[in-house]
Design a protein around this ligand. Sequence first.
Ligand code: ARG
Length: 583
Amino acid sequence: MEKILDLISHKMAQAFADAGYDASFGRVTVSNRPDLCEYQCNGALAAAKTYKCAPIKIANAVVEQLDASDYDLVEAVMPGFINLKVSGAFLQKYLEEMRGADSFGIDKLGAGKTIVVDYGGPNVAKPLHIGHLRSAIIGESLKRLYKFFGYNAIGDIHLGDWGLQMGLIIAELRERQPDLPYFDPDYTGEYPAEPPFTISELEEIYPTASAKKKEDASFAEKAHTATFELQQGRPGYRAIWKHILNISVADLKRNYDNLNVHFESWLGESDADPYIPAMIADMKQKNLLVESEGAWVMPVAEKSDKKEVPPCILVKSDGASIYATTDLATMVQRMQDFHPDKILYLTDKRQALHFEQVFRAARKAEIVTPETELEHVGFGTMNGTDGKPFKTRDGGVMRLEQLVKDMTDFVRTKVEENQIVAAEEVEATTKKIAMAALKYGDLSNQPTKDYIFDLDRFAAFEGNTGPYILYTIVRIKSILAKYGEWKHLPILAPVNDSQKDLMRAITKFAPTMENALKSSAPNLICAYIYELAGAVNKFYHETRILGEEDEGKKAGYIAAIGLAKDILETCIHLLGFEAPERM
Ligand code: ARG
C-alpha cells in the first residue's frame, strides 16, 4: 500500500501534469508550518524557472486540478506554495485500507530475502552482565522488525565458546582436581556423564582463573596450552568443554527467555573452527596474507582511510586463531548454510574497528558476494545515574540477572501499593511492566548513544516510558471491553481536531517502520508510539467516548482507538515486550 506522502505526491504530480506541467514537480512534503497546513508542495517555485512564468500562476492552475474532496484545505499562497490539509473522507478511506491490509500496509521489503542477525554474543562460563543487555534488547528488536518486513531473519547468538576462557577453566580445574579422568592422557574409557561442577562453581572458577593468569605466568602458560590442546581436539578437554557448554547454555537460555529474547540458532565460535583451515589456505592461495613476526595477517588498509586501519590478524604466531578468524570462518559457514542477503552484527561500538577489518577481509577474500550487505550496529554504554558505566553498589560488574531483578522488585512494589491487580495477577503484570520499563528505557535512545539507566525514570507510569505506553494500551483495551464487539466497526471521518490528529498519527506507521528498518533504529519506533499514545490520550481527554449519545459517532471513535491499539501492540511486539490486561 502506498505511504501517505507518496499517495498525496502522486495526486499532486497528476495535477501538475493535468495543468500542463511536468509531473516531477509534484513532490509533497510534511509541512514545516504546521500552524498553516499539514502538507505542502513547493514544486511551482521550481517549475516557474523552467516555464518562465510566475510561480503563483502555476500553483493556482495546479490547485484547480486537485480533487477537492481529498482536502479540507487546498490553497495556493504567495509566492507559489501549495498548502494542504487532508479531508476527513481522505483519512477515513486511507485508514480503512490500512486496517484491512496485511501488516497495516507496509511494503514487504524483505520478501524472498534472508538476513542473519548476530546478537547476544554471551561468553560461555561467564555470567551475563549488563554489557550484554543492549546487544540482546536491540538485536531482538531489529530481528523482529526484519521479520515484520518479510525477511527470513535468523537470530544467531554466536556464543563465545572457543577462546582462552575455556583454557583458563580447564587449567584451573586441573589444579583443583588433578585426578579427574579428563586430565589423564592415557585414559581410554567413557568420560562421566555428570559434569564435575555446577553453574555457580563454574561462575566462580572463571574469575579466579582469570585473576590468577595475571599474576602467575606459569599458570597463564598452562591456560594457553590447554586452549591450544582443546582446539586441537584433546579428548579429555573436549569432554570438559562439552560439560561447560551444556551447563552454560541451559543457564543462558533461562536468562534470555526471561528477557523474552529468543534465538533461531545457537551456534558458537567453536562451530566455525572446522572452516578455518580451508579458509586460511584459500586466503594464502589468493596471496592475501603476509607473514608478520610469525603471524599471518591480511592488510586491509585503503588509501581513503582517515584513521589507520591495521592489518587483520588471522593466525597468531603460536598457530592459534583469534576473534577475527572465527568471525570470518563463521561467515563462510553462514554463506554456505543460509545464503544471506545481509548479515547484521550488534556489539558495543568499541568493536567498530574489528568489524571494519573483518568486513574488508571478507570482501577481499570473497567470502561474501559483492551484493551481500554487512552492517555493524555499535551501541553506546549504559551508564549509572552518576554518568559512569553502570556498576553494583560496591563497584563490581552488575549481573544482568540482578538488574532485571532490581527492576522487577521496584515495579512490584508499585503494583502492590497501587493495588493495580488482584493478588494472583501481581507477578505476571509486574513482569510485563518491568520488561517494558527496561526495554523501552534502552530502545528509546539512539543505539550509538550512551544512556543513563535510571530505574525511577524508566519505571514511571507517566512521561516517555514503557509503562506509559502500556498504560495507554490498557486504557484503550478497557474502553473497548466496555463497548463490546468493535472489530467490525467501520472507520469514520473524524468529527473533531483531536480525532483527526489521532488518525493522522496512525498514517505515519508505515513510513516510520521503514525508517527504523533502514537506519537500524528502534528508537524511531519508540518516538512514534510516544506520539501515537499522546494522540490517543489527548483524544480521550477531549472527547466523551463511551458517553457519546450518537451511536454512529461513538462507533467511529471506537474504531479509531481500536486501530490505534492494534498498532501500538504491533509496535511493542517489535520492541520485544507486551501489555497486560489491567494496569
Ligand atoms: N562474545 C563477544 C563479546 O563478548 C561478542 C560476539 C559478537 N559477535 C561477533 N560475531 N563477533 O565481546
